[in-house]
Write a new protein. Structure first.
Length: 227
């Protein structure tokens, strides 16, 4: 696999793949196993930045749409699965409940978003549903049992109670209903981030990295625990 800044051939990536035995699986089972790992073993949470090495995302043990996409793509490529990155923006309404008050008001109206698409058996499949771990999604469903169309807490779906993010030769989505702009398809995350990045000033970026994201992760942890 050709290494890029984000898609790094770090020993921790190689070790994980060999420990899991993914290389011995058929292509469909490879995708399913890697998808489930990134979805549930890598918890939903906010990393320091979007443009991040896959090995650091693995070390973090958590991720959001953009960072989970990087790790998923790195693992798939190492296991010889053809894949690509699809870029977009989503409306900040997606973050209501995790962000609130002045922080929500000051956040960008559109947020950089991305997901991985895999090529299996002659078709491309969307893997956006990998973003949220099952326990976090279940906690949101339990919190709002009467809700159908839903946007908030990093979820944007037509039916909160019936949404299915399991992958088995199908498209999966969890934030589709918040999509604003389609930013196209890219061979690697590096190609995408050469063209697009979150447009915030240095001060706001520092505040996000050192204060806001920790508060957001604390809120996500409480939500996952049913609080």
């Amino acid at each position: 696999m050709k290494e890029t800044f984000c898609l790094d051939n770090h020993p921790s990536i190689e070790r994980l793949i060999y420990e899991k035995g993914w290389l011995q699986l058929g292509d469909v089972e490879k995708v399913k196993a890697i998808y489930n790992f990134v979805s549930n073993d890598i918890l939903f949470g906010y990393n320091k930045e979007d443009y991040r090495l896959a090995s650091l995302i693995l070390k973090d043990g958590y991720g959001q749409c953009n960072t989970k996409a990087i790790l998923l793509m790195d693992l798939l490529r190492y296991c010889h699965i053809e894949c690509r990155l699809h870029g977009a923006t989503v409306d900040k309404a997606l973050q209501k409940g995790i962000l609130s008050g002045i922080i929500y008001h000051l956040s960008p109206q559109e947020i950089i978003h991305s997901w991985v698409e895999v090529f299996i058996q002659g078709n491309w499949y969307v893997c956006e549903g990998v973003i949220l771990d099952k326990n976090y999604l279940l906690a949101i469903q339990n919190r709002y049992p009467q809700k159908i169309k839903f946007c908030g807490y990093a979820v944007a779906v037509k039916n909160l109670q019936t949404v299915d993010v399991n992958w088995s030769l199908n498209d999966t989505y969890i934030q589709k209903e918040a999509l604003v702009k389609d930013l196209g398809i890219y061979k690697t995350p590096d190609d995408f981030y050469q063209n697009y990045h979150q447009n915030i000033n240095i001060l706001k970026r520092w505040v996000y990295q050192h204060i806001v994201r920790h508060w957001m992760n604390h809120k996500v942890k409480k939500l996952r625990g049913g609080k």
